[in-house]
Design a binder for this molecule. Structure first.
Ligand code: HAM
Length: 498
């Protein structure tokens, strides 16, 4: 809230207003159409999930899970309050809620509660102190489930795939999604705390490189259809569980040698995730990184073959790409193919889309080990920004108007005319015209002025005279021409003018 008591959107989140929202709809509709032609169907996913789902898939050491998630404890309202009852009653209350399935049954939580209860009993030589310590300890024990607003949707798609047994579906399961994601990052141009993604995932038993190439082909077909200019595709392979550990070990050893010359983030990552050092944008680290061992030279034979074939499959589709050995991505589930697309007009946040293969993820989340996966997510905010910067994002229509603009403004005069105007508006709208019908009667000049400001193409004038004659007067605002027409002619006239 600002000083004056007016509310404002929270830092890092924003409203998407007309007419820009029309461009968003157009972008999303085009994605549906293009993805549909590749056999993808929409999946609608929850906005929040168990925190553990993201911790396990995206990775506990990543920035996303470690620092950026909006996490809260999902406590039922009827949870007992430890301040209002003796410790025994509280522990029994929690136990019975777990039994009744009101809160997740969790043996570790019960063990902690029993432990604190025992300590409370042992401290009875000083009851007041025992009370204080008990309350301090017990309120720190998380009883409800820890849930998080989704920072991305691949984990949810895989969770849904396993939960609904989709592995029995014939062929590959091809799903797309669109909607908001949440990451508590430092806001700047193209980076928000609530942002939007359009993503797609392919899950199935095959890891054929042709799938990787087709997913990228679909993405580029979409970008071409919405006239995104200057998109550049970068690709890489980061190996698999057979060859990556040895490479990471080697990288770590090399990084140890230059530790003193690195910034604090990179120093920390030597232990937690050395691959992420390759992602560093710090200027003084660049010459050091350039000399580090490269994963392409450490891929095992199957990974090398896979990567070579991905490139051949891209070539045979006529898709241009750059190889970027430092493209490691910030999420832990990737293996083999990784890719990113950058677009102009976005400043430093120029990745409009990221994706890759994640063959081990389904197994990691408890599904069949035979299921492989690959997918991508487009940052819709950035895509729209880039379209607008290049001029491809112009949508017609004034503020708060549908994208096609206003076809008809109906100016009515008198109670009887209002009834006729309501009926006419309904029939016009059913025929697909965009109609504005004022809710209260206005003076003629005022109605005409408003119609003009709303950029209406036509004003229909409906008063007692017109009603008596069974016609309406229709005025074209572009040149002021006016004529009287009966309803069938009015419809043909408006249709011809559309
Ligand atoms: P990601 O690279 O974290 O990948 O995000 C994909 C895209 O979302 C980015 O390239 C960027 O355009 C957009 N994006 C990310 N964070 C923000 C932000 N704070 N503000 C605005 N836009 C943002 C994933 O999310 C993976 N799930 C992609 C994937 C799907 N991989 C396989 N399947």
């Amino acid at each position: 809230m600002s000083d004056k008591g007016k509310f404002q959107a929270i830092k890092g989140v924003r409203d998407i207003l007309p007419p820009e929202s029309a461009l968003w709809n157009q972008v999303e509709q085009t994605a549906r159409e293009v993805f549909g032609t590749f056999g993808f169907a929409e999946i609608r996913l929850p906005i929040f999930e168990p925190t553990e789902l993201f911790a396990r898939s995206v990775g506990g050491d990543t920035d996303i899970v470690g620092k950026e998630m909006y996490t809260f404890e999902d406590r039922p309202k009827q949870l007992p309050d430890p301040h209002e009852m003796p410790p025994e009653d509280y522990v029994n209350g929690v136990r019975s809620l777990m039994k009744a399935g009101q809160i997740p049954s969790d043996r570790a939580v019960l063990a902690k509660l029993d432990f604190e209860l025992e300590n409370f009993r042992l401290r009875q030589d000083s009851p007041e102190r025992a009370d204080l310590i008990w309350l301090h300890k017990v309120t720190a024990i998380r009883i409800g489930e820890s849930v998080s607003l989704r920072p991305e949707a691949t984990a949810s798609v895989v969770r849904a795939y396993i939960e609904h047994g989709m592995q029995v579906a014939p062929g590959n399961v091809k799903l797309y999604y669109m909607g908001p994601m949440f990451r508590r990052e430092r806001p700047q141009k193209g980076r928000y705390r609530q942002f939007y993604q359009i993503g797609a995932e392919v899950l199935g038993t095959s890891d054929a490189p042709g799938i990787d190439a087709e997913v990228i082909e679909m993405l580029l077909a979409f970008f071409e259809r919405i006239k995104l200019k200057g998109a550049v595709l970068s690709i890489n392979s980061i190996g698999d569980k057979n060859c990556r550990p040895a490479y990471v070990g080697k990288l770590r050893a090399e990084l140890q040698k230059v530790r003193d010359q690195l910034g604090a983030d990179s120093q920390r990552r030597i232990e937690t995730n050395p691959l992420r050092v390759l992602d560093s944008k710090l200027e003084h680290e660049q010459p050091i990184i350039e000399k580090l061992p490269r994963i392409a030279e450490h891929l095992c034979e199957p990974c090398r073959e896979h990567y070579t074939e991905v490139k051949r499959q891209l070539d045979l589709r006529g898709i241009a790409y750059q190889e970027n050995w430092r493209l490691v991505r910030g999420l832990d589930y990737y293996m083999r193919t990784t890719f990113e697309i950058t677009a102009p007009g976005l400043g430093s946040q120029n990745a409009v889309c990221g994706g890759g293969r994640y063959d081990g993820l389904v197994e990691l989340l408890g599904g069949p080990a035979t299921t492989k996966g690959i997918g991508f997510a487009i940052g819709t905010d950035r895509l729209v920004l880039s379209l607008q910067e290049s001029g491809a994002g112009d949508v017609s229509g004034g503020p708060a108007r549908p994208s096609g603009g206003l076809d008809v403004y109906i100016a009515w005069f008198g109670t009887a005319a209002q009834a006729a105007a309501v009926g006419l508006a309904r029939r016009l709208r059913e025929a697909g015209f965009v109609v504005e019908l004022p809710a209260v009667e206005m003076k003629f000049g005022k109605a005409l002025g408003l119609a003009d400001r709303l950029k209406a193409r036509h004003v229909i004038i409906l008063g007692e005279d017109e009603l008596a004659a069974g016609v309406v007067a229709v005025k074209r605002l572009a040149d002021g021409t006016q004529q009287k027409l009966a309803e069938p002619e009015l419809f043909s006239y408006l249709r011809a003018a559309k």
